[in-house]
Ligand binder design. Structure first.
Ligand code: MN
Length: 273
């Protein structure tokens, strides 16, 4: 299948989300504004502000490391349910969607209490999975390069040491959740885990990498062997996107948060007028 073409379609879908889902959108480059404009008519409606993005590759593209059946169920059942439930919750408070999902998840106190837990769980689920899909690719670079590689070496010594610590954190995490490499508030690389569908955004951290350690992500192929899944996952990681995530996290407000920032500017401008 044409991976480049599906990646473009994936980015197009991301760009068409009105409540700015910007994960990976920076990879669209300078043409993204054109794509956004052309995508708008087919975009989401007010009652369904969020949509399930198509994957940028086929369900079997990450074989043998992640099997096709797991990918299909994970995308069409699990991720789809997060999107549906998020939209249902937001239909109670339709004005919230315009603030953008990253903004809501970054400060859940701005979400009314009656839907706060649902936005936390299902909004977090939508954000985490969209980030996760964008982070994988068949046949990606086997090792990080550029500034991220330098930063990993300076923080962890060797890339392999980082990988082992990331795998250990994911393996030891009790129950469902995620393991992350983030840029912390202090602008340092750190490994963290979150329970359920909590995002690092709520802790003020910016994700560079994240792996899903819910059993639904690996059980069909790996059963109880979560550590084996975590070790195999490096084979499908897209280090180019990780590098972009890292640079964007360092330059807060520029690339990664682009859409959200623009939206805030627009709102501020409309208030002034
Ligand atoms: Mn999942």
């Amino acid at each position: 299948m044409d991976t480049q073409k599906s990646r473009r379609e994936f980015l197009l879908m991301l760009a068409s989300l009105p409540a700015a889902f910007v994960v990976g959108a920076q990879a669209a480059g300078p043409s993204s504004s054109t794509q956004r404009a052309t995508a708008a008519p087919g975009g989401a409606t007010g009652s369904q502000p969020f949509r399930l993005p198509p994957l940028p590759y086929s369900y079997d593209a990450l074989e043998p490391f992640i099997d096709a059946k797991t990918m299909e169920l994970h995308h069409t059942k699990h991720h789809a349910a997060y999107v549906d439930n998020l939209n249902k919750a937001l239909s109670q408070h339709p004005e919230l969607a315009a603030r953008g999902l990253e903004s809501l998840l970054g400060d859940l106190t701005q979400v009314p209490e009656d839907i706060r837990q649902t936005v936390r769980n299902h909004g977090g689920g939508h954000w985490n999975h969209t980030f996760f899909w964008s982070l994988m690719t068949p046949g990606g670079a086997k090792v990080p390069a550029g500034k991220l590689a330098q930063a990993l070496k300076s923080e962890f010594g060797e890339i392999d040491t980082f990988k082992k610590q990331f795998e250990q954190a994911g393996t030891k995490h009790f129950g469902s959740g995620w393991v992350w490499l983030v840029v912390s508030r202090e602008k340092k690389l750190a490994i963290m885990t979150t329970p359920n569908q909590d995002t690092p955004l709520a802790a003020g951290a910016k994700p560079v990498l994240g792996n899903d350690v819910w059993e639904h992500a690996y059980y069909l192929k790996y059963q109880n062997r979560r550590g084996e899944y975590l070790a195999a996952w490096w084979n499908v990681l897209n280090w180019d996107i990780a590098e972009k995530n890292f640079l964007a996290a360092l330059n807060e407000g520029s690339s990664r948060l682009d859409c959200t920032v623009k939206r805030h500017r627009t709102l501020a401008a409309s208030r002034r007028s």
